[in-house]
Design a protein around this ligand. Structure first.
Ligand code: C2E
Ligand code: CA
Ligand code: CA
Length: 343
Protein backbone atom coordinates (compact mmCIF):
# COMPACT_ATOMS: atom_id res chain seq x y z
CA UNK A 1 0.00 0.00 0.00
CA UNK A 2 1.35 3.41 -0.97
CA UNK A 3 -0.86 6.10 0.59
CA UNK A 4 -1.03 9.41 -1.25
CA UNK A 5 0.62 8.08 -4.44
CA UNK A 6 -0.87 8.96 -7.80
CA UNK A 7 -0.58 6.37 -10.59
CA UNK A 8 2.65 7.91 -11.96
CA UNK A 9 4.42 7.65 -8.60
CA UNK A 10 2.95 4.20 -7.98
CA UNK A 11 4.30 3.05 -11.35
CA UNK A 12 7.77 4.40 -10.53
CA UNK A 13 7.70 2.60 -7.17
CA UNK A 14 6.64 -0.66 -8.82
CA UNK A 15 9.37 -0.34 -11.48
CA UNK A 16 11.97 0.15 -8.74
CA UNK A 17 10.70 -2.97 -6.95
CA UNK A 18 10.95 -4.98 -10.17
CA UNK A 19 14.53 -3.72 -10.71
CA UNK A 20 15.47 -4.71 -7.16
CA UNK A 21 14.09 -8.22 -7.76
CA UNK A 22 16.24 -8.61 -10.88
CA UNK A 23 19.51 -8.73 -8.93
CA UNK A 24 20.94 -12.28 -9.22
CA UNK A 25 20.99 -14.41 -6.06
CA UNK A 26 23.85 -16.80 -5.34
CA UNK A 27 22.44 -20.09 -4.05
CA UNK A 28 25.34 -22.48 -3.46
CA UNK A 29 26.79 -23.34 -6.88
CA UNK A 30 23.91 -21.86 -8.81
CA UNK A 31 22.99 -18.31 -9.71
CA UNK A 32 19.29 -17.75 -9.48
CA UNK A 33 17.47 -15.05 -11.42
CA UNK A 34 13.99 -14.05 -10.47
CA UNK A 35 11.61 -11.51 -11.87
CA UNK A 36 8.33 -10.03 -10.81
CA UNK A 37 5.23 -8.57 -12.45
CA UNK A 38 3.13 -6.00 -10.61
CA UNK A 39 -0.50 -4.93 -10.93
CA UNK A 40 -1.47 -1.52 -9.56
CA UNK A 41 -5.03 -0.66 -8.49
CA UNK A 42 -5.69 2.93 -7.36
CA UNK A 43 -8.37 3.10 -4.65
CA UNK A 44 -9.95 5.21 -1.98
CA UNK A 45 -9.86 3.76 1.54
CA UNK A 46 -13.23 5.37 2.25
CA UNK A 47 -15.07 4.32 -0.86
CA UNK A 48 -13.67 1.02 -2.12
CA UNK A 49 -14.23 -2.53 -1.00
CA UNK A 50 -11.08 -4.49 -0.06
CA UNK A 51 -11.92 -7.60 -2.08
CA UNK A 52 -12.79 -5.49 -5.14
CA UNK A 53 -9.43 -3.65 -4.88
CA UNK A 54 -7.58 -6.98 -4.81
CA UNK A 55 -9.56 -8.15 -7.83
CA UNK A 56 -8.66 -4.98 -9.75
CA UNK A 57 -4.99 -5.38 -8.83
CA UNK A 58 -5.24 -8.92 -10.18
CA UNK A 59 -6.68 -7.67 -13.49
CA UNK A 60 -3.75 -5.22 -13.71
CA UNK A 61 -1.33 -8.06 -12.90
CA UNK A 62 -2.85 -10.14 -15.70
CA UNK A 63 -2.25 -7.19 -18.02
CA UNK A 64 1.40 -6.91 -16.90
CA UNK A 65 1.94 -10.61 -17.60
CA UNK A 66 0.21 -10.34 -20.98
CA UNK A 67 2.51 -7.42 -21.82
CA UNK A 68 5.52 -9.71 -21.53
CA UNK A 69 6.06 -9.99 -17.73
CA UNK A 70 8.64 -8.30 -15.53
CA UNK A 71 6.76 -5.00 -15.77
CA UNK A 72 4.05 -3.06 -13.93
CA UNK A 73 0.56 -2.17 -15.17
CA UNK A 74 -2.13 0.12 -13.83
CA UNK A 75 -5.74 -1.18 -13.65
CA UNK A 76 -7.72 -0.45 -16.80
CA UNK A 77 -11.55 -0.56 -16.63
CA UNK A 78 -11.94 -1.28 -20.36
CA UNK A 79 -9.65 -4.30 -20.11
CA UNK A 80 -11.58 -5.46 -17.05
CA UNK A 81 -14.86 -5.29 -19.00
CA UNK A 82 -13.28 -7.18 -21.92
CA UNK A 83 -12.03 -9.93 -19.57
CA UNK A 84 -15.46 -10.23 -17.95
CA UNK A 85 -17.06 -10.55 -21.37
CA UNK A 86 -14.57 -13.26 -22.32
CA UNK A 87 -15.36 -15.12 -19.11
CA UNK A 88 -19.10 -14.92 -19.80
CA UNK A 89 -18.62 -15.97 -23.42
CA UNK A 90 -16.51 -18.97 -22.44
CA UNK A 91 -19.19 -20.22 -20.01
CA UNK A 92 -21.99 -19.60 -22.52
CA UNK A 93 -20.07 -21.21 -25.39
CA UNK A 94 -19.60 -24.35 -23.31
CA UNK A 95 -23.34 -24.48 -22.64
CA UNK A 96 -24.09 -23.88 -26.33
CA UNK A 97 -21.76 -26.70 -27.39
CA UNK A 98 -23.27 -29.07 -24.83
CA UNK A 99 -26.84 -28.45 -25.99
CA UNK A 100 -26.11 -27.56 -29.62
CA UNK A 101 -28.32 -24.46 -29.27
CA UNK A 102 -27.10 -21.43 -31.21
CA UNK A 103 -24.10 -23.14 -32.83
CA UNK A 104 -24.26 -23.59 -36.60
CA UNK A 105 -21.99 -24.27 -39.54
CA UNK A 106 -22.33 -22.05 -42.60
CA UNK A 107 -20.82 -22.76 -45.99
CA UNK A 108 -19.23 -20.43 -48.51
CA UNK A 109 -19.05 -21.82 -52.05
CA UNK A 110 -15.70 -21.83 -53.88
CA UNK A 111 -15.66 -21.57 -57.67
CA UNK A 112 -13.40 -22.85 -60.40
CA UNK A 113 -11.80 -19.67 -61.79
CA UNK A 114 -12.08 -20.71 -65.43
CA UNK A 115 -15.54 -22.32 -65.54
CA UNK A 116 -17.27 -20.65 -62.55
CA UNK A 117 -18.51 -24.07 -61.46
CA UNK A 118 -18.88 -24.65 -57.70
CA UNK A 119 -16.05 -27.02 -56.82
CA UNK A 120 -15.82 -26.73 -53.05
CA UNK A 121 -17.25 -25.13 -49.91
CA UNK A 122 -15.55 -23.68 -46.84
CA UNK A 123 -17.21 -24.47 -43.53
CA UNK A 124 -17.41 -21.49 -41.16
CA UNK A 125 -18.56 -21.67 -37.54
CA UNK A 126 -21.42 -19.40 -36.42
CA UNK A 127 -22.69 -18.62 -32.93
CA UNK A 128 -25.94 -16.91 -32.08
CA UNK A 129 -25.77 -15.91 -28.40
CA UNK A 130 -29.11 -15.83 -26.51
CA UNK A 131 -28.62 -12.23 -25.27
CA UNK A 132 -25.73 -10.72 -27.29
CA UNK A 133 -26.99 -11.97 -30.67
CA UNK A 134 -24.52 -13.02 -33.38
CA UNK A 135 -20.93 -13.20 -32.12
CA UNK A 136 -18.33 -13.08 -34.91
CA UNK A 137 -15.81 -15.97 -35.12
CA UNK A 138 -13.02 -13.40 -34.70
CA UNK A 139 -14.33 -13.01 -31.13
CA UNK A 140 -15.44 -16.53 -30.12
CA UNK A 141 -12.66 -18.58 -31.75
CA UNK A 142 -9.94 -16.96 -29.56
CA UNK A 143 -12.16 -17.55 -26.49
CA UNK A 144 -12.52 -21.21 -27.47
CA UNK A 145 -8.77 -21.50 -28.19
CA UNK A 146 -7.93 -20.39 -24.67
CA UNK A 147 -9.69 -23.49 -23.25
CA UNK A 148 -10.50 -27.09 -24.19
CA UNK A 149 -13.64 -25.73 -25.90
CA UNK A 150 -11.82 -25.44 -29.24
CA UNK A 151 -11.51 -29.24 -29.33
CA UNK A 152 -15.28 -29.61 -28.89
CA UNK A 153 -16.09 -26.83 -31.35
CA UNK A 154 -13.55 -28.07 -33.90
CA UNK A 155 -14.81 -31.65 -33.79
CA UNK A 156 -18.40 -30.43 -34.12
CA UNK A 157 -17.60 -28.30 -37.20
CA UNK A 158 -15.59 -31.12 -38.79
CA UNK A 159 -18.27 -33.75 -38.30
CA UNK A 160 -21.11 -31.45 -39.44
CA UNK A 161 -19.19 -30.30 -42.53
CA UNK A 162 -18.03 -33.80 -43.54
CA UNK A 163 -21.58 -35.15 -43.19
CA UNK A 164 -23.01 -32.34 -45.34
CA UNK A 165 -20.29 -32.62 -47.98
CA UNK A 166 -20.59 -36.39 -48.32
CA UNK A 167 -24.00 -35.85 -49.94
CA UNK A 168 -23.15 -32.74 -51.98
CA UNK A 169 -21.94 -32.62 -55.62
CA UNK A 170 -18.63 -30.91 -54.81
CA UNK A 171 -15.01 -32.02 -54.89
CA UNK A 172 -13.86 -30.68 -51.56
CA UNK A 173 -15.03 -29.38 -48.20
CA UNK A 174 -12.55 -27.05 -46.49
CA UNK A 175 -12.53 -26.88 -42.69
CA UNK A 176 -10.49 -24.46 -40.57
CA UNK A 177 -8.32 -26.12 -37.93
CA UNK A 178 -6.84 -24.22 -35.02
CA UNK A 179 -3.17 -24.60 -33.94
CA UNK A 180 -4.50 -25.86 -30.59
CA UNK A 181 -6.24 -28.80 -32.33
CA UNK A 182 -3.04 -29.70 -34.19
CA UNK A 183 -1.15 -29.93 -30.92
CA UNK A 184 -3.55 -32.67 -29.79
CA UNK A 185 -1.73 -35.96 -30.45
CA UNK A 186 -5.06 -37.72 -31.12
CA UNK A 187 -6.22 -35.25 -33.75
CA UNK A 188 -5.41 -37.34 -36.84
CA UNK A 189 -7.19 -40.27 -35.21
CA UNK A 190 -10.25 -38.09 -34.50
CA UNK A 191 -10.31 -36.99 -38.15
CA UNK A 192 -10.02 -40.60 -39.37
CA UNK A 193 -12.99 -41.57 -37.18
CA UNK A 194 -15.08 -38.66 -38.45
CA UNK A 195 -14.31 -39.59 -42.07
CA UNK A 196 -15.30 -43.21 -41.40
CA UNK A 197 -18.53 -42.19 -39.63
CA UNK A 198 -19.63 -39.70 -42.28
CA UNK A 199 -18.47 -41.71 -45.30
CA UNK A 200 -16.44 -38.82 -46.75
CA UNK A 201 -13.37 -39.90 -48.76
CA UNK A 202 -10.18 -38.44 -47.17
CA UNK A 203 -9.10 -36.57 -50.33
CA UNK A 204 -12.42 -34.65 -50.26
CA UNK A 205 -11.51 -33.06 -46.94
CA UNK A 206 -9.13 -30.11 -46.98
CA UNK A 207 -8.05 -28.72 -43.67
CA UNK A 208 -7.02 -25.06 -43.60
CA UNK A 209 -4.28 -24.00 -41.25
CA UNK A 210 -2.57 -20.66 -40.77
CA UNK A 211 1.17 -20.13 -40.77
CA UNK A 212 1.25 -19.96 -36.98
CA UNK A 213 -0.03 -23.56 -36.88
CA UNK A 214 2.32 -24.80 -39.53
CA UNK A 215 5.71 -24.62 -37.88
CA UNK A 216 6.20 -25.28 -34.19
CA UNK A 217 8.77 -23.24 -32.21
CA UNK A 218 11.56 -25.58 -33.38
CA UNK A 219 10.63 -24.82 -36.99
CA UNK A 220 9.41 -28.32 -37.80
CA UNK A 221 6.02 -29.46 -39.04
CA UNK A 222 3.76 -30.87 -36.33
CA UNK A 223 3.55 -34.67 -36.43
CA UNK A 224 -0.26 -34.41 -36.67
CA UNK A 225 0.01 -32.64 -40.03
CA UNK A 226 2.21 -35.40 -41.39
CA UNK A 227 -0.26 -38.01 -40.09
CA UNK A 228 -3.22 -36.21 -41.69
CA UNK A 229 -1.35 -36.00 -44.96
CA UNK A 230 -0.65 -39.73 -44.78
CA UNK A 231 -4.40 -40.35 -44.32
CA UNK A 232 -4.90 -38.66 -47.69
CA UNK A 233 -6.49 -35.51 -46.28
CA UNK A 234 -5.56 -32.37 -48.21
CA UNK A 235 -3.91 -29.45 -46.44
CA UNK A 236 -4.20 -25.78 -47.36
CA UNK A 237 -2.15 -22.88 -46.04
CA UNK A 238 -4.69 -20.18 -45.15
CA UNK A 239 -4.23 -16.38 -45.23
CA UNK A 240 -0.97 -16.73 -47.17
CA UNK A 241 1.05 -13.53 -47.22
CA UNK A 242 0.09 -12.29 -43.75
CA UNK A 243 2.79 -14.25 -41.91
CA UNK A 244 6.46 -14.81 -42.52
CA UNK A 245 6.64 -18.00 -44.56
CA UNK A 246 8.56 -17.83 -47.76
CA UNK A 247 7.40 -19.81 -50.74
CA UNK A 248 10.80 -21.49 -50.75
CA UNK A 249 10.00 -23.19 -47.44
CA UNK A 250 6.80 -24.61 -48.87
CA UNK A 251 8.57 -26.90 -51.32
CA UNK A 252 8.97 -29.90 -49.04
CA UNK A 253 5.94 -29.16 -46.91
CA UNK A 254 2.71 -31.11 -46.67
CA UNK A 255 0.60 -28.54 -48.51
CA UNK A 256 -1.64 -29.13 -51.47
CA UNK A 257 -2.98 -25.59 -51.72
CA UNK A 258 -2.26 -21.98 -50.87
CA UNK A 259 -5.08 -19.59 -50.06
CA UNK A 260 -4.00 -16.09 -51.00
CA UNK A 261 -5.08 -13.67 -48.30
CA UNK A 262 -7.96 -11.26 -48.91
CA UNK A 263 -5.71 -8.25 -48.27
CA UNK A 264 -3.94 -8.84 -51.62
CA UNK A 265 -7.15 -9.66 -53.45
CA UNK A 266 -9.65 -7.04 -52.35
CA UNK A 267 -8.06 -4.05 -54.15
CA UNK A 268 -6.39 -5.96 -56.96
CA UNK A 269 -8.15 -3.88 -59.61
CA UNK A 270 -6.77 -0.56 -58.29
CA UNK A 271 -3.34 -1.69 -57.10
CA UNK A 272 -0.79 -2.93 -59.57
CA UNK A 273 1.49 -3.99 -56.66
CA UNK A 274 -1.13 -6.49 -55.57
CA UNK A 275 -1.40 -7.92 -59.08
CA UNK A 276 2.36 -8.45 -59.08
CA UNK A 277 2.29 -10.14 -55.66
CA UNK A 278 -0.59 -12.46 -56.56
CA UNK A 279 1.06 -13.33 -59.87
CA UNK A 280 4.34 -14.18 -58.11
CA UNK A 281 2.56 -16.38 -55.57
CA UNK A 282 0.58 -18.19 -58.27
CA UNK A 283 3.65 -18.75 -60.46
CA UNK A 284 5.75 -20.13 -57.64
CA UNK A 285 2.89 -22.26 -56.29
CA UNK A 286 2.37 -23.71 -59.77
CA UNK A 287 6.08 -24.45 -60.08
CA UNK A 288 5.92 -26.32 -56.76
CA UNK A 289 2.82 -28.26 -57.85
CA UNK A 290 0.48 -26.48 -55.43
CA UNK A 291 -3.03 -25.24 -56.21
CA UNK A 292 -4.17 -21.72 -55.36
CA UNK A 293 -7.39 -20.16 -54.10
CA UNK A 294 -7.92 -16.40 -53.98
CA UNK A 295 -10.14 -15.26 -51.10
CA UNK A 296 -12.15 -12.05 -50.78
CA UNK A 297 -13.16 -11.73 -54.44
CA UNK A 298 -15.69 -8.89 -54.28
CA UNK A 299 -16.11 -7.78 -57.91
CA UNK A 300 -16.56 -9.31 -61.37
CA UNK A 301 -13.43 -7.44 -62.55
CA UNK A 302 -11.34 -9.02 -59.78
CA UNK A 303 -12.67 -12.49 -60.68
CA UNK A 304 -11.67 -11.99 -64.32
CA UNK A 305 -8.22 -10.65 -63.48
CA UNK A 306 -7.50 -13.45 -60.97
CA UNK A 307 -8.46 -16.07 -63.55
CA UNK A 308 -6.09 -14.41 -66.03
CA UNK A 309 -3.28 -14.43 -63.48
CA UNK A 310 -3.83 -18.16 -63.11
CA UNK A 311 -5.56 -18.70 -59.75
CA UNK A 312 -7.29 -22.08 -59.73
CA UNK A 313 -10.21 -21.37 -57.41
CA UNK A 314 -12.02 -18.21 -56.33
CA UNK A 315 -14.02 -17.41 -53.20
CA UNK A 316 -15.70 -14.19 -52.14
CA UNK A 317 -18.80 -12.08 -51.72
CA UNK A 318 -19.06 -11.48 -55.47
CA UNK A 319 -19.89 -15.16 -55.91
CA UNK A 320 -21.68 -15.73 -52.63
CA UNK A 321 -21.53 -14.95 -48.92
CA UNK A 322 -21.38 -17.89 -46.52
CA UNK A 323 -24.84 -19.56 -46.40
CA UNK A 324 -26.66 -21.69 -43.84
CA UNK A 325 -26.93 -25.40 -44.63
CA UNK A 326 -30.33 -25.12 -46.35
CA UNK A 327 -29.23 -22.14 -48.47
CA UNK A 328 -26.09 -23.96 -49.58
CA UNK A 329 -28.05 -27.13 -50.42
CA UNK A 330 -30.48 -25.02 -52.48
CA UNK A 331 -27.66 -23.20 -54.30
CA UNK A 332 -25.99 -26.50 -55.19
CA UNK A 333 -29.30 -27.90 -56.41
CA UNK A 334 -29.87 -24.91 -58.73
CA UNK A 335 -26.26 -25.04 -59.84
CA UNK A 336 -26.52 -28.69 -60.88
CA UNK A 337 -29.81 -27.96 -62.69
CA UNK A 338 -28.26 -25.11 -64.68
CA UNK A 339 -25.28 -27.29 -65.59
CA UNK A 340 -27.63 -29.96 -66.88
CA UNK A 341 -29.35 -27.33 -69.02
CA UNK A 342 -25.97 -26.08 -70.32
CA UNK A 343 -24.99 -29.61 -71.19
P1 C2E B 1 -10.92 -17.39 -42.80
O1 C2E B 1 -10.61 -18.84 -42.62
O2 C2E B 1 -9.94 -16.57 -43.56
O3 C2E B 1 -12.37 -17.36 -43.48
C1 C2E B 1 -12.73 -16.44 -44.48
C2 C2E B 1 -13.45 -15.27 -43.88
O4 C2E B 1 -13.58 -14.28 -44.88
C3 C2E B 1 -14.87 -15.61 -43.43
O5 C2E B 1 -15.15 -14.77 -42.30
C4 C2E B 1 -15.69 -15.16 -44.63
O6 C2E B 1 -17.04 -14.85 -44.30
C5 C2E B 1 -14.94 -13.92 -45.05
N1 C2E B 1 -15.12 -13.60 -46.47
C6 C2E B 1 -15.33 -14.45 -47.50
N2 C2E B 1 -15.42 -13.80 -48.67
C7 C2E B 1 -15.26 -12.47 -48.39
C8 C2E B 1 -15.25 -11.28 -49.19
O7 C2E B 1 -15.42 -11.28 -50.43
N3 C2E B 1 -15.03 -10.11 -48.56
C9 C2E B 1 -14.85 -10.04 -47.20
N4 C2E B 1 -14.64 -8.84 -46.66
N5 C2E B 1 -14.84 -11.14 -46.41
C10 C2E B 1 -15.05 -12.35 -47.00
P2 C2E B 1 -15.76 -15.35 -40.97
O8 C2E B 1 -16.81 -16.38 -41.26
O9 C2E B 1 -16.15 -14.16 -40.15
O10 C2E B 1 -14.55 -16.11 -40.29
C11 C2E B 1 -13.46 -15.39 -39.77
C12 C2E B 1 -12.35 -16.33 -39.35
O11 C2E B 1 -12.73 -17.12 -38.21
C13 C2E B 1 -11.98 -17.34 -40.43
O12 C2E B 1 -11.15 -16.71 -41.35
C14 C2E B 1 -11.27 -18.39 -39.59
O13 C2E B 1 -9.94 -18.02 -39.34
C15 C2E B 1 -12.04 -18.34 -38.29
N6 C2E B 1 -13.01 -19.46 -38.26
C16 C2E B 1 -14.28 -19.52 -38.75
N7 C2E B 1 -14.81 -20.73 -38.51
C17 C2E B 1 -13.86 -21.47 -37.87
C18 C2E B 1 -13.81 -22.81 -37.35
O14 C2E B 1 -14.75 -23.62 -37.47
N8 C2E B 1 -12.64 -23.19 -36.74
C19 C2E B 1 -11.57 -22.35 -36.63
N9 C2E B 1 -10.45 -22.79 -36.02
N10 C2E B 1 -11.58 -21.08 -37.10
C20 C2E B 1 -12.71 -20.65 -37.71
CA1 CA C 1 -10.10 -20.41 -43.90
CA1 CA D 1 -8.40 -17.04 -45.06
Amino acid sequence: LAPGFDTTRAKALADAAIDALRAPIDAGDARVFIEGSIGIAPFSALRDDRIEVMRKADVALYQAKAAGRACASVYDGALDAALRRRGTLAADLRAALETGDGIAVHYQPIYDAATHRIVAVEALARWHHPTFGDIPPSEFIPVAEASPLITMLGAHVLETACRAAAAWPIEVVAVNVSPVQLRDRDFAHTVAEILARTGLAPHRLEIEITESAWLDPRGTEPETLVELHALGVHIALDDFGTGFSSLGRLSNAVFDRIKIDQSFVRHIIERSDDVAIVRAVVDLATAKGLKTTAEGVETAEAATLLALVGCDWLQGYWFSRPLPYAGMAQLLHEHVQSELIDA
